[in-house]
Design a protein around this ligand. Sequence first.
Ligand SMILES: Nc1ncnc2c1ncn2[C@@H]1O[C@H](COP(=O)(O)OP(=O)(O)O)[C@@H](O)[C@H]1O
Ligand SMILES: [Mg+2]
Length: 356
Amino acid sequence: MVPDLPAELAGRRIRVAVLCGGESPEHDVSLVSARNVLGAMDPERYDPSVIQIGRDGVWRRAGQSAALSVTPGLPPEAGGAEFDVVFPVLHGPNGEDGTVQGLLELLHVPYVGPGVLGAALTMDKEAAKRVLQAAGLPVVPWVTVRAGKARPGWEATTGRLGRPVFVKPARMGSSVGVSVAATAEELDRALEEAFAFDAKVLVEQRIDGREIECAVLGNEYPEASVPGEIASTHDFYSYEAKYVDEHGARLHAPADLAPDQAERIREMSVLAFQALCCAGMARVDFFLTAAGKDGEAAAGARDGVYINEVNGIPGFTEISMYPRLWATTGLEYPQLIDRLISLAFARHAARKERGR
Ligand SMILES: Nc1ncnc2c1ncn2[C@@H]1O[C@H](COP(=O)(O)OP(=O)(O)O)[C@@H](O)[C@H]1O
Ligand SMILES: [Mg+2]
C-alpha cells in the first residue's frame, strides 16, 4: 500500500507517466535513469507509461511517433490515456530547471520531485551557491563569468582562487562542459568549452578532497540517507568517468566517515534541501578535505566540508548514488519509488487544499 494516496485511487493501479529524454545534452542519461525507475516500479501497484521528449523537443508516447498534446487545466492526455501522476526523470535544462514543473503546475497534475523554484534554484549553480551561503552553508569559492564581457585575467582569477581552477557552465549536469585549468591558455579553452553550454560560467577554486554524497527524501521535513563516497579513477568525476568508462569510479556506500562527520553531512544535506526549496528528493554533493582534521581553516569551508552542488532530480542509472544510498539506509528501490510517488500526491493535495 502506498501511503497518502487520494481516495479515488484506492483499489486500482496508479497510472504513472515517466517523462524522460529531453532537449539537453543529458538526454541519454535521462533515458537510462528512466529505464531503471520503470524497472523498480511494482507492476501490481503501478501502470506506468513512458513519455519521451525528443532532442527536437517533441513529446511522444514511447514507441509511437505522434506528438502529444497537453491542455492547460486538464490532466495531460495521450491517445485517450490519462495519468494520475508524472515522474519527471529529466536532467539538465528544460526538465530539471523548473520549466517542465511549471507546465505540470498549470496542468494541475501531481508530479515527483522539486517544484518550479526548487528545480530552478538547484539547476543554477550560481543561484544555488548564493542561497546556500545566505543559509550559512559552506560553498566552494568562485567567480561568475558572463558571456560577452571581458574574460577575467589568469593572474587576477588565480590570485583569488589559487590554481588550478575548475570551470563549469552554471546550468548543466553530468559534468558536461566541466574542465580543470592549470594555465592561462587552459583557462581560455575551458571558458570556451563551458560557454558552449551556457551564457554564465563559474570559475571555482579546485578543492583537493573526497567526494561525498547524501540522498534526501521528503517534503517539509525530509530525511537524509547515510552518506556515500565516489572515488573517481580519472582526473575528476568527468562525463567519461561517470558514464563511459565502467571503471571510471568506485562507489562506496556508506562512506567511511567518523560518526559525527557523517551526522554533520546529513544535517547539512537537510538544511541545503530546505534552503533550495527542494521537494520529494535531492542529492547533496560535498567535498571533504583533510583541513578539518588538522584544524586548518580553508576559505569557505566548515571543518573541511564544502557543498559542491545539489541535484533536484538525481540520477537513477545503475551507477547512481541516490537509489543506492537509500538501499544502504534500509529503503529498497521499490519502496523508494512508493515514497516518492506518495510525496508527490501529498504535496499536490496540500497545495490544492490551500487553493494554492
Ligand atoms: N571546485 C572543484 N574542485 C574539485 N573538483 C571539482 C570542482 N568542481 C567540480 N569538480 C569535479 O567535477 C565534477 C563535476 O562537477 P559538478 O560541479 O558536480 O558538475 P555537474 O553538475 O556536471 O555534476 C565533480 O564531481 C568533481 O569531480
Ligand atoms: Mg556533480
